[in-house]
Structures are given as C-alpha cells and as structure tokens.
Design a protein around this ligand. Sequence first.
Ligand SMILES: [Zn+2]
Length: 795
Amino acid sequence: MGRLLALAAALIAGVLIAWLGEQPPRPAPASAPATAFSAERAMAEVRAIGSVPHPIGSAANHAVRDQLLARMSALGLQPQVHRGVGVYDRQRGPDLAIGGGDVENLVGILPGRDRAAPAVALMAHYDSVPGSPGAADDAAGVATALETMRAIAARGVPARDVVVLLTDGEEAGLLGAEAFFARDPLARHVGFVFNMEARGAAGRVQMFQTGLNNGASVDLFERTAPDPHAASLTGYIYATMPNDTDFTVSRKRGVAGLNYAFVGHQFEYHSPTSTPATLDVGTLQDMGQQVLATARDLAFARALPAKTPDKVYGQTLGGLLLAYPPAVGWLVLAACAGLIALGVVRARRLEAFPWSDVARGAAAGLFAVLGACAVLHFARLATGAPFGYLEQRFLLAQADRWETALFLLGLGFLIFAAAELARGRRFIALVPLAAGLGSCALGGLDKVGLGLGAVAALLALAAYGRPVSRAGAWTGVLALGLAIGIAAQLTTPIAANVIAWPLALASVAAAASTLSARRGHAALAVVALLAALGLGWAGGLAHTAYLSLDLPELLGLPLLICAVLLWPLAQPDEGAPPARLVGPALVILGLGALVAVRVNQPYDARHPKATYVGYQLDQDAGRAWRFSNAPVSGPWTRQALTADGGGIVKLSHWAFRQPVEAAPAPFLQEPAPTIELARLPDGALRLHAAPPPGGRTLLLLLNCDTPAVIEQLSGAPEHLALPPGRDVAVRWAAAPQGFDVMLRPGGPGRLRVGYVAVLESWPAGAKPLPRRPPDRMAWDTSDSTWLTGRRSFSW
Ligand SMILES: [Zn+2]
C-alpha cells in the first residue's frame, strides 16, 4: 500500500512540476521601469499591427509598415525601408519550386560607441499569412524587438550598434531575410542575431535553435537568460525538419545567434483566430525577458561570442540551464552505470535475483514503451480525424482533451505492464496486438501500427511467463535505458542528455534504495521524489511538440524516461490488487477521454472550423467552378459550392495538391495576367509575368522541352538548371508590376507556362457567398477568385 501511495504521489507531483514549469511569467505592467521589458507596453504594438491580416504586398501590410516606421522614429532609430528582391529555390523530393517577391525590410539602428564593432540584430517578420492577423506570428516578435530596443536604449549608449530588423515576406518563403542577408550591405555589419517567432499563441518561450558552432553562444545564454527553456535536442530535431524561420537564412550564412519561439495553443497558428485577444500576455513577457537579458548583455559587452564547438544544453528544474561539451555525456553515462552497479551488488546481498530477471526486465521495459506507442498510434486513428495540416485542427481545437487521453493511455499502459510483471501473465501481449489490429480495422493495412503491436507482443512473450523480482526487473529497465543512452551518445551526442539526465536521477534512486529491495518508507520516499522530479522534467519535454507533428508515437521517448523512473513504484509486491488495477484503470479512463475526443464537436465561435472556397475562372476554356480547397467539407461549404445550382464533382488542377470538391458556376470576364517572352540579343530569354490589377501573387508552372538554366529572378542572381520536360513551380509575391525570369536555353525549343493568379476577393459579378455561421471561418486566401490558364512560347 505504501508503494501505491508513493506511485500516486510521484505521478501527482510530477504532473504538478511539469505544469508549473510550463507557466509563463506574469506580465510586467506598463508602469515597469524604463530599463525593464513590459509585456503590457509591448501589447500596444501587437494591437496596432496584429489586428488584421497583412500578408506581403497587401494594403494592410503597407499600413503596418508605416505604423512601424512611425514607432521606430519615435524611438529615435531613424528607420529606413530597405527595398529588394528575395528569392528561394528548393527541391523537395521530385518537386522543384522557386519563387520570390519584392520586399520592404524595415531597419532601425541604435548607434553604439564603437560604430565599427559587429552589431547585434533583433529580428522578427512583420508580414502575416493571408487570412490571419498574426498577432502571435509574428506581431509578438516585432513588438518584442521594439520593446527590447527601447529598454536597451533606456540604459544608455551601448558598446556596439543594435539593429532592429523587421523583415517582410517571411511567410512567402523567408524573402525579406534572404534579400537582407544575401544582398543588403548592412548584413555584413551584423554579428549576432536574435530571432523571435511563434507557432502558437501561448506557453513558455523556447530558445530552440542557435547559430553554428554555438559553444560560446550557449555560455552567454546560460549566464544571462532568466529561467530559460531550451534543449539542444530541439535544435537537432529542427535542423532535420522542413520547417524554417528567417533564422535559417542567417544561420546558413554563418551568423551567430539565438532563435526563440512559443508553441502553445497551436490552434491559433496561421489562423484567423490569432488576434491580440488570444495572445497570452505572459508568453510575450517571457519572450521579452529572455531576449532583453541576453541582448542587453551583448549590446554592452566588449566582444561577441566566438565560434566554438557545439555544446549539449538543456534546462533543469528550477530555471537553471546546464551546458557541457558532448564528450562529457560519457561521464554522465559512466556515473549512471556505476550507480546502477552499486545498487545491483547491494541488492543481491539483500535478495538474490536471477540474472534472467534482469533480461526479462529489459524486455518488459521495451515492451512497455513500444506497446504504449502501439496504443497511442491506435488512439490517433481512433479520433476519426484524418492526418494533415487542416485535418488535425479537429484535435488542436480540443488539445487539452486529446493530451489528457494520450497521457492516460500512455502512462496507464506503462504502469499496467510494470505491475503485471510481478505476476508474469502473458495475456498482456494481447493489448498492443489488439491495438495494432484495431489500427488496421480503422485505416486498412497499417504497417506501423501492426509492426509496433507485433514486436511488442513478441517481447511480452519473452519477458512475461513467470513472476519477476522487482529489483531484477528494475535493473533490466535501467540497463535498457543505459543501452539507449549509449546508443544516443554514439550517434547523436548533442541530444543524448535527454536520456542521460533522467537516467542519472533513476540511477541515484536505484543506488539509494538498493534497487527498491530495501524495505521502509525512507527508501520509497527517495524513489518517489526522484521519480517526481524526472516526470516533471519529462512532462515538459512531452508537452505540445507531438501535436503539430501529429506523431503521438514520439511520446515513446518521455515514456521511456517514465519507465526507468517509475518502474519500482509501479511493480507491486506479488502483483496484488489494488496496485495491479491502477494501470488498467488509467487505460480505461484514457479510452473514455479518447471517446470524448472522437464524439465531441470541438468547433465553436472561439474555435471555428476552417473553410476554403474559391471561384475558379478557366480563362482558356471559358468555364468556371466554385471549389473547396479544404479537406473536409460541411453543410456550409456544400451550400456555397452549389449556390449556382450545379452538382458537386471532383476537380483536378496542378495548383491543387489533390482533387478538390467543386461545382460548375457561370463564367465571368476578368482581365488575364500578362505573360510575355522576349528573346534578348545574347540569346537569353526573358519571361515577364504580371498579375492583373488587384492581384498580389502569381503562380506559374514552367515546362521547357529543351535544357535551360534560370540565371536571374527579377535581378537576383540564380543558377538553376531546368530539366527538360519537368514541371517547375514559380511563385511570386507582392508583384503588382510583375517579375522577370531570365532563362538561357540550350537550343531552340518551346516553353509552356500555366498560371494561377489569385485575386483576393469574390468576383463582383458572381452570386455572393452565403453567410458563415459563427463556428466556421475563412482560411488563408478563401473567398478568392482564381484565374487560370496556359500560354506557350517557341523560339
Ligand atoms: Zn512566423
């Protein structure tokens, strides 16, 4: 019974520690001292620039630009607009995409005593995506940059220049940052960048990425940041993902720096609901406090951090950051091994356990983690929400409920697996197997779900079968953690601390409690206390990241951490009830929460469902369609599509990722974009394209039947081979006067050009859209007119 209480206490305290660790600080009032960061003051900026959507090139973005210039002038920064062209080219799988846009970066400088010293830049983007006011992404970053600058200036003249760099067109492909760092002479003056971003609207701010060779930058951060949230793991993971921020551009060019973001309440990300009212003011305070402390230190420092080898880093409980060279990870693991060995030697004197118990424990630990992953994989399918960016919003709209279900199912299964090892009955193999088969029943042959379930079941057959001693089993689970820690240290030493640190806590608990073989409350209390600390730490790690990735299986890592810490509390003596029933009870509660997620209708006026309806005019064929570019259509969308009396069919077009629902509509005359090809005297070709009046963006699909090289995009140098016969998408933003693609063909040939010009209004001559109910919202460029067609040129 004491063990059961210890388990309950560890779980409750762990959840509490994790919850407390995720709370942002209290916002400082507008009356805070001039040298402090005040989120209340910064909120005035957020309200001024983050209340309506303002994508690059829009009239609203020009208004935001002018407001920011006025604000920067008031701060004495003598702001300037740096106009330029930002471009990108990227290859994702077989798809080649290029693009660009005309950008207006806003630059303000607080002069330092040494004007020649490398400057510190505070960077954020002032454009939003279409359809979202972007109060969090990235008005919060812009407001942080300005309030930070104000607070630095209030302290006096810094040692070096401090630059506020507000980029344009980040959402259209990091265009402003590219234009700045590739072609703006001021870029050479910048020696350190603070970038501020958002993928949500709440929660703690994470310093999630650094520049290359970050050792000294991490030392600076460790010394200056108050209560930081950071882990070298996130930087490692982020580098492997296709996601980008402006920081990607400066980092690639070798500029040192730190990148900050918050990811709580991801429903708000790129959503019309990202208004000043839904931005957590405490989160803004967190961002500002962190950035100001470190940026001010650097602004007044004699030198910027040098480039030194990368360090492993991560926050610990109590707001401390721990950082060390990757090789030190071996020492941590060696200490873990020593402590575990000490526990084993002493435990075997108290109660001899066969070594086979250790092997069974290791297999049971792995079973618990993989089995839990199989259960979580099934749970994701069982929500009924399809996978995808818009599809998963069904879960983001009820993120707390969904997180509760995952927590109960994952931990419940883990505790179930540990408790059952005391009895050793093999029927437990059926649980992950049933989850795997259930996954197949829900979504057809599911190799991941079935694989996880089958491997877990095989592990269960090996591990279970007879009762296993607790000390032996825990030794096995710790050995498993140590083996995974060593594998991580060998392959990704920069992130191995994620396992090594909680393993160190568990190893201390193992040595202190003689692998829980020692009876008595003191030993139990030590194990429970260390487990609570580790759980609280792992809880912070587990919170939110899997949400946007839509991969609940990622929770396997925090579950492994829970296994090494919780096992001795979760495996009761002889598997007696009621301890044995805790795990199944939690799993049943988790299934209840899962059913609630599935049957709940999460959309309401606060969390409306995203809808996208457009009016396509095929200007070649003289036909028109009302179409829905959102994955799941409801009654409102169907009403909007069929308003002209047509029936719904599937419509394909190269601009749609997959066929969309559409219904025929009357064709309307609209001016077409200008697309011209000119042959230059030196044999090069200039493709000039401009959207019709009112168009902000233009998308082209080029297909050249002879080898050619793109040499310039609106004056920006490029060198990109166009494979003959392959489609290449070109997206241009903010181009009222159009853009040029300079091509050099290998010989005579033909260029086919498809176009989509999006006019961000419903056609004047069309029947208006029905009113949306309060629980539906227009997403991105919804309610637009899409002009489509083709051109062909020969030379
Ligand atoms: Zn952003």
